[in-house]
Design a protein around this ligand. Structure first.
Ligand code: SF4
Length: 616
């Protein structure tokens, strides 16, 4: 198995085909793993994330687009992150990667910077540049519509696009597809914008290769049956990821009022159950998905109107624009989600940044005189008040356009807090935390602190064992070293999952690497074992860490808000994340074969990463 890469030399306005050899695919699979490896090799040390020397990798994996029923439609993006200055990577649902493979390429690499705004089409192996002058400044919804019209392809093929936020280098700009599927985190929309690329269209009818059809179909059948008969599938289908709102609120881990509380008294009003009952039009899946956690929604009141059939908010978005802003107006969250997708901004980072602003506004009298006057001037009469969604709409547009206060918000929550001398932001490695308070779910403290891309719930989802009991139930308030090993194992497994690529939600129902052996062996023709899948994941995790170490990694830590400030409410009242992190981190390093957060020479040797020994 080889991968065909399309290298897009934007500075020279040229295309070049490249072959990624089987040995490399076997070591990194594709998707996140291959992207991290290529990024470490090809992006120079200290590269400006928004400069032409950064590269944006758009990747599929060896099982992408092969067969339906086991969630193999997702796309992975990798670059150096403008938000953190470290490894930037994000996984997007939808249909782009299957169409990219059909178009003739397993990955597309954007290099350099186009002299003028362009969009790119790739149809049956034929890439082409188009002027994007007419689309620059427009939202992602309009852009996708216009590109489909230009390509005379209303349904077939797939489009990814950036909005004004990516064009204006908002540090948490996202890449958007199909109206609301997002590569949201780490600001990769700004990288695409820095290259003057507005959008990419892919389409074709190349047959995707499968090495051993019989074994592959055995693997597909196994996954389809196990996932299809599982109650978690039904729950995700019925309520979407927002089913978590009530569950996480009950254990006191729903971040509320800029992480100053762990419970939201109006959680019910923004729950997945309420979303399903009042606003759901129908469910929607990514390519080949039998779970269909996606929501197509409508709203009732005119002021929060969205076009019927718009993408509904996920759990993370509901926390970021709901509980964390003390906003219980679900219609406003639906509308804001629609706006942020159109502008091309990550809802988690944006919501956290606005939460910091609301806290600064509330505590304005505590600021030094010069800072208070500066904030007042920047706000220009705007009043960001808890529970009030209208100013948030205005802040979204101002951020995307870098207008007034928006120019400060566009740098992210950490930069905002710092510029006003406030320690009031929940983050790890400079990326704002998602919707699980690590003070109430202890293993998430370690998962966040050690996530290579910064505060992230998807590099290890300790919530699965701490809260949902998958594969075993642990006590979320207990601290023990066994959890450190579980976090490490999950990180490695998920790195392989993101590289094959299948949807991570599969792992609720098929939580063992054994579940993927026949699938992967069949698709590639390799003699592969469950241990191999775990080792590949471990190799990927180490490559990402090496990227960070090379770029001056700040280390495995959490910000003061969650590490030192006790929760004032709920079942975890009085808890911080400090003890969990301090006790579990040494056991985690031991399990990884790391010293002070860096892989040792022995570890790199064991994983066949000798070529990167110069970094440590
Ligand atoms: S479960 Fe949800 S996110 Fe995963 S592939 Fe299906 S629709 Fe997409």
């Amino acid at each position: 198995m080889e991968f065909r890469a399309l290298r897009v030399d934007l500075s020279g306005m040229k295309f070049k085909e490249d072959i990624i050899d089987e040995k490399t695919i076997r070591r990194f699979l594709g998707g996140r793993g291959l992207g991290a490896y290529l990024a470490l090799k090809e992006i120079p040390k200290d590269a400006n994330p928004l400069g032409p020397e950064n590269k944006l990798y758009i990747l599929s994996g060896p099982v992408t687009g092969t067969a339906e029923g086991f969630e193999a439609g997702r796309t992975h993006f990798v670059a150096k992150s403008p938000l953190t200055g470290l490894i930037g990577e994000s996984n997007m649902g939808g249909r782009f990667a299957p169409w990219m493979r059909k178009s003739g390429y397993d990955l597309i690499i954007l290099e350099g910077k186009a002299p003028e705004p362009v969009w790119i089409s790739v149809v049956n192996g034929e890439p082409e540049f188009h002027s994007a002058k007419e689309l620059w400044g427009r939202g992602t919804h309009y852009t996708e519509k216009k590109i489909r019209e230009a390509m005379k392809s209303p349904k077939e093929g797939a489009v990814i696009a950036i909005g004004p936020a990516g064009e204006n280098f908002v540090k948490f700009a996202s890449i958007i597809h199909a109206g609301g599927r997002a590569a949201g985190r780490t600001g990769l929309g700004a990288v695409m914008g820095s290259k003057n690329v507005k959008a990419i269209f892919v389409k074709g009818d190349r047959e995707i290769p499968i090495a051993d059809k019989e074994r592959f179909m055995k693997g597909v059948k196994h996954l389809k049956e196990k996932i299809g008969s599982h109650p978690v599938r039904d729950s995700l289908n019925k309520y979407g990821t927002a089913v978590l709102v009530n569950i996480i609120n009950q254990i006191g881990a729903l971040p509320t009022k800029n992480w100053r509380k762990g419970t939201f008294e109006k959680a019910e009003e923004i729950s997945g159950e309420r979303l399903a009952e009042k606003y759901l039009v129908k469910t929607r899946g990514c390519w080949g998905c039998q779970i269909e956690c996606g929501r197509l929604v409508k709203t009732e009141s005119p002021q929060w109107g969205v076009p019927p059939g718009s993408k509904g908010p996920e759990y993370e978005t509901i926390f970021a624009l709901g509980s964390n802003l003390e906003n219980s107006n679900l219609e406003s969250i639906i509308r804001l989600n629609h706006i942020l997708n159109d502008l091309g901004m990550d809802t988690i980072s944006f919501g956290n940044t606005v939460a910091v602003l609301m806290e600064l506004f509330e505590r304005m009298n505590e600021l030094p005189e010069d800072k208070r006057l500066e904030l007042e001037k920047l706000l220009d009469g705007l009043r960001p008040i808890w529970g009030e969604p209208w100013p948030v709409v205005e802040l979204a547009y101002k951020t995307a356009m870098r207008d007034g206060i928006g120019n400060v918000l566009a740098e992210g929550a950490v930069a905002l807090a710092k510029s006003f001398g406030c320690d009031c932001v929940a983050h790890a490695r400079g990326m704002e935390l998602p919707a699980y308070d690590p003070r109430a779910i202890k293993a998430m403290a370690l998962a966040y602190a050690t996530a290579n891309r910064g505060g992230c719930h998807l590099r290890a989802y300790a919530v699965s064992f701490e809260v949902l009991g998958i594969p075993v139930k642990t006590d979320p308030l207990e601290v023990n070293t066994e959890k450190a090993k579980m976090v490490k194992e999950q990180q490695d497994f998920f790195a392989s999952i993101d590289s094959m690529i299948v949807c991570k939600f599969n792992t609720f129902m098929t939580p063992n690497p054994e579940d993927y052996v026949d699938l992967l062996a069949g698709a590639t023709g390799w003699d592969i074992t469950a241990e191999d899948i775990m080792e590949i994941g471990e190799r990927i995790y180490n490559v990402e860490r090496l990227f960070n170490v090379r770029e001056g990694d700040p280390g495995d830590d959490l910000s003061k808000r969650v590490k030192e400030e006790p929760l004032p409410d709920g079942p975890a009242k009085g808890h911080t994340a400090k003890e969990a992190l301090e006790k579990m981190l040494p056991a985690y390093y031991e399990a990884r074969g790391w010293e002070n957060g860096k892989p040792t020479k022995e570890t790199l040797k064991r994983l066949g990463l000798e070529e990167f020994m110069y970094i440590i």
